[in-house]
Design a protein around this ligand. Structure first.
Ligand code: PHE
Length: 346
C-alpha cells in the first residue's frame, strides 16, 4: 500500500477549502480528496491486504481525516451561503404568514347537479332511483314497448346500431330513450312500483342549439292497482314546483306514444314570461317538457303482468333541458364541449 501522508493531505485540503470562493470550487475539492480517484479512496481499495493492526491504525486515521474534512467543507458552505445572502439582501428566515399556494379544486358538472336535484325531489316523494344500460337490444328499446318492426314510430328514432350481438343473436343498439328500463324493471320487480331512471340516451340527429345526438332523459314509472292520470299530473306538478322553487302550471295534451294509452305531451308554463308569451316559449306561454301516459296493456303483458290487475303511468323528459332552464343556458352543446370558461360559472 502506497504510503498515505494524511497529515500533508489534511493540510493541503484545508488550504484549498479556505481559498475556495463558491460551491462549485467546494464540489471540486470534495471530489479531489474523497472521490473515486482520490488518494484516500485508492488506499482504501488496498485496505484488505493489510494486517489487523495496520488496518486498525490506518482506518482510524482515515476516519479522522474524513470527519474533519467534511466538517471543514460544511462550515465553508455555510459561510459562502451567508455571504451570498448578504449580497442579495436575502434573509435566513421565511415569512410564515405568506398565504399558501391555492389548491384548485373542481366542482360537479351542471348536469350532475341537476340530476342530483331531480333524484332528491323524487326520493322525497317515495320514488326509487334505477339505472339502466346505455346499450340495449331492439326488443327492449322497441318491441316490448309495443313498437313492432314495421311500426312507423321506429323510423322516427333513427337508431345507432352496434356491430355486436347478444347471445340470442339480437343486434345491440344505443338506447333512444330511457323507456327500455320500464321493461327491465317490471320483469324483475313485482308491483307496486315507483321509480325514476335518469340516464343518457342517443339519437341519430342533426344538432342545433336545443338538440343533440346524445342527451339525457329521466323516466318515471308508477304501477299499482289503482293509479290514474290525476296522480301523474300531481307528481309532475309537484316535481316542477320543487325543482324551480316556483309555482308552475302543468298542462297535459293528447299525444301519441305506442307504449302508453292514452298518451300526453307534458308542458309547463314558461318561466321566462310567466305564461304571457315570449321568445323562449315562441309566444305560446308553454314549454314542452316531455311525454307521458298510462302504460299500454301490451307493455304490461310483455313484462308478464296482468293488465286487468295492474295499471300504471310513465313519463319521460329531457333533463338537459331542465338544466338549461335552471341555469339559463341557451346552447345544449355547451354541456359536452369541455369548455372550462363555461363550466366554471356554475
Ligand atoms: N320515451 C318517450 C320519448 O323519448 C317519452 C315517454 C316516456 C313517453 C314515457 C311516454 C311515457 O320521447
Amino acid at each position: 500500500m502506497a504510503k498515505l501522508n494524511l497529515k500533508s493531505i489534511t493540510r493541503e485540503a484545508k488550504k484549498e477549502i479556505e481559498r475556495s470562493k463558491n460551491l462549485k470550487d467546494l464540489d471540486f475539492i470534495f471530489k479531489k480528496y474523497l472521490g473515486k480517484k482520490s488518494e484516500v479512496s485508492q488506499a482504501l481499495r488496498l485496505f484488505k491486504d493489510l494486517s489487523g493492526k495496520e488496518k486498525q491504525k490506518i482506518g482510524k486515521e482515515i476516519n479522522t481525516f474524513k470527519n474533519s474534512f467534511k466538517k471543514e467543507i460544511k462550515n465553508k458552505i455555510e459561510r459562502i451561503k451567508k455571504e451570498d445572502n448578504k449580497v442579495s439582501g436575502k434573509k435566513d428566515w421565511f415569512d410564515i404568514t405568506i398565504p399558501g399556494k391555492k389548491i384548485e379544486s373542481g366542482h360537479l358538472h351542471p348536469l350532475t347537479m341537476t340530476k342530483r336535484r331531480i333524484e332528491e325531489i323524487f326520493q322525497k316523494m317515495g320514488f326509487e332511483i334505477a339505472q339502466g344500460s346505455e346499450i340495449e337490444t331492439a326488443w327492449y328499446n322497441f318491441d316490448a314497448l309495443n313498437i313492432p318492426t314495421d311500426h312507423p314510430a321506429r323510423d322516427a328514432w333513427n337508431t345507432l346500431w352496434l356491430k355486436e350481438k347478444d347471445k340470442n343473436g339480437e343486434q345491440f343498439l344505443l338506447r333512444t330513450h330511457t323507456s327500455p328500463m320500464q321493461i327491465h324493471y317490471m320483469e324483475k320487480h313485482n308491483p307496486p312500483l315507483r321509480l325514476i331512471v335518469p340516464g343518457k340516451t342517443f339519437r341519430r340527429e342533426a344538432t342545433d342549439a336545443s338538440h343533440n345526438f346524445q342527451f339525457y332523459q329521466v323516466e318515471g314509472l308508477m304501477v299499482d292497482k289503482n293509479v290514474s292520470i290525476p296522480h301523474l299530473k300531481a307528481v309532475i306538478s309537484n316535481f316542477f314546483r320543487l325543482f324551480f322553487n316556483k309555482k308552475v302550471e302543468v298542462r297535459l295534451r293528447p299525444d301519441f306514444f305506442p307504449f302508453t294509452e292514452p298518451s300526453f305531451e307534458i308542458s309547463m308554463s314558461c318561466l321566462a314570461c310567466g305564461g304571457k308569451g315570449c321568445k323562449v316559449c315562441k309566444k305560446t306561454g308553454w314549454l314542452e317538457m316531455g311525454g307521458s301516459g298510462m302504460i299500454h296493456p301490451n307493455v304490461l303483458k310483455a313484462c308478464k303482468l296482468d293488465p286487468k290487475k295492474w295499471q300504471g303511468w310513465a313519463f319521460g323528459f329531457g333533463w338537459d333541458r331542465l338544466a338549461m332552464m335552471r341555469y339559463k343556458i341557451k346552447e345544449i352543446r355547451m354541456f359536452n364541449a369541455g369548455n372550462l370558461r363555461f363550466l366554471k360559472q356554475f
